[in-house]
Every structure is written in C-alpha cells, then in structure tokens.
Ligand binder design. Structure first.
Ligand SMILES: NC(=O)c1ccc[n+]([C@@H]2O[C@H](COP(=O)([O-])OP(=O)(O)OC[C@H]3O[C@@H](n4cnc5c(N)ncnc54)[C@H](O)[C@@H]3O)[C@@H](O)[C@H]2O)c1
Length: 227
C-alpha cells in the first residue's frame, strides 16, 4: 500500500492501534482473514470494504472501523490490497509463527479434532495427543501415538506447545485444565460443557455446542410463538 492515499485521517487511530485492539474486533479478525484467503484463492488482488464486509458477514462501516485498528485504511477508489491486508491481519493475530497444540481426551471429538486438516492450513500444528484411558493410550491417531496424562508436561516441554484443546468429559475438564496450565500452555480451548478456572496469564475459549443449539432453539421458539 506504499504511496496509497488513505480514505480518512489515520493518525489518531494508529495511536489507538498501538494501545491494543478491542476484544470484539479481535473476535472478527479470523472471519476477515477467512474471507481474504478465499478472495486470494479466487485470484482477486484488491477488494472493496463492501465486498469484504459482505463476505465476512458484517457491515462495511464495522469492517472499516475494525481494520483501522490495524492501521489499514484501503485506497480511495481502489480498496484493500488482499495480500497486504491478509498479512496485516495475520500479524495482528500472531499467526506469523506456527502455534503448537496438544489435544487431551482422544474420544469421539478428540479423534475428529486430531484428524482435522484445517488447523495446519490456518497456522496450527497438532503435536501431541493425551488420554487417561489405558485402552486409548498407545494407539495411533492422525499419525501421533496417544500418550498418558502424566506425560503431559514432558510433551509440552519437548514440543513447545502453547495451546491445549480439552475434549474430555466435563467432570475431568478442570483437572485436565490444571495439568495443561502446570505443563506451561498459555491458551486453552475447551469443548467440555463447564466453566474452567485458570490463572490470569492463561486465556480460555470455550466451544459449547449444546449452548449454541439452545440459543437457536430459543429463537425458533420465539418465532413460533410470536413472543
Ligand atoms: N462428540 C461431540 O459431538 C461433542 C460435541 C460437543 C461437545 N462435546 C464435548 O466434548 C467432550 C468430549 O466428548 P466425546 O464425545 O469425544 O467424549 P468421549 O467419551 O468419546 O471421549 C472423552 C475422552 O476423554 C478421555 N478422558 C477422560 N478423562 C480424562 C482425563 N482426566 N485425562 C485425559 N483424558 C481423559 C476418555 O478416556 C475419552 O477417550 C465432552 O465434554 C463433550 O460434552 C462433544
């Protein structure tokens, strides 16, 4: 974007960008990146804020505001350079180095997660699989041997994993979370339907599929009853 003429005065927002991107903006960045990758795959070189916003499912004013946090303003009449904006979003999300992930709980969901090829495409490598069941430990899933929970610390140290995925039953999730924190991971994505306690230096994200279904059920019920 060298030599570009910004659509708006960027100075104030650039100063804000240095202060930190709001969490709601961070939550939308992966959607923008997905849309940008799709555009790049189609051979699109530049995109407008309207097109990118449409693909990402947000309003274009929201998109422009979000991207201003990255110091990205597009060029008047030209729009955004797809490749340049992709790398700006990747830098903002810390995706310039591959993150290593350990999965704990290799049952139905753990198998599916371990075999999911989309993680590698988006900068995440699954480097370790752990389970407590002796019948599961020692089996090979997605090219990795499942190891026992008491080897978690050694696995994290040897692989430099920074993220743990929890796919155990809810009853085991806090114990597993504690073990992951103790082993040194700083990010936890849990699929177990319960809240988890972590120290302040660790981030937790929860994917609660049943809760999402309940929200859909609520909207369906409201439509059906006119409430
Ligand atoms: N399967 C799905 O479609 C689905 C969808 C949404 C959420 N979930 C949630 O994901 C979690 C896993 O579901 P699932 O269907 O894969 O269950 P599962 O019973 O098939 O697998 C759970 C695995 O966790 C292991 N485990 C139990 N305690 C452990 C411990 N302390 N340390 C390490 N491993 C331990 C078990 O040995 C087993 O292999 C559950 O909390 C479930 O509610 C599952």
């Amino acid at each position: 974007m060298a030599g570009s003429s910004p659509e708006r005065e960027p100075v104030a927002a650039r100063a804000s960008a240095r202060r930190g991107i709001p969490p709601a903006t961070v939550a939308r960045l992966p959607g923008y990146l997905r849309a940008l990758h799709a555009l790049a795959a189609e051979g699109v070189v530049t995109t407008s804020s309207d097109e990118l916003a449409d693909r990402a499912g947000v309003g274009s004013a929201q998109l422009r505001k979000d991207l201003s946090w990255l110091g990205s303003y597009g060029r008047r009449g030209v729009g955004y350079d797809v490749e340049h904006l992709s790398s700006q979003v990747e830098v903002a999300l810390g995706l310039t180095t591959q993150r290593r992930v350990v999965i704990v709980g290799i049952g139905n969901l753990g198998h599916a997660l371990a075999n999911y090829s989309g993680f590698a495409d988006r900068g995440f490598g699954v480097v370790g699989l752990v389970d407590a069941d002796p019948a599961v430990v020692g089996t090979t899933v997605a090219g990795l041997v499942v190891r026992p929970l008491d080897e978690l610390r050694a696995i994290v140290a040897a692989t430099d994993a920074s993220i743990g995925l929890i796919a155990t039953p809810a009853a085991a999730a806090q114990e597993v979370c504690d073990a992951l924190v103790e082993a040194g991971v700083v990010g936890i994505l849990t699929f177990a339907p319960r809240s988890l306690r972590v120290p302040p230096h660790v981030d937790v994200r929860a994917v609660d599929v049943a809760s999402e279904l309940q929200i859909l059920a609520f909207h369906d019920h409201r439509r059906a009853t006119g409430a």
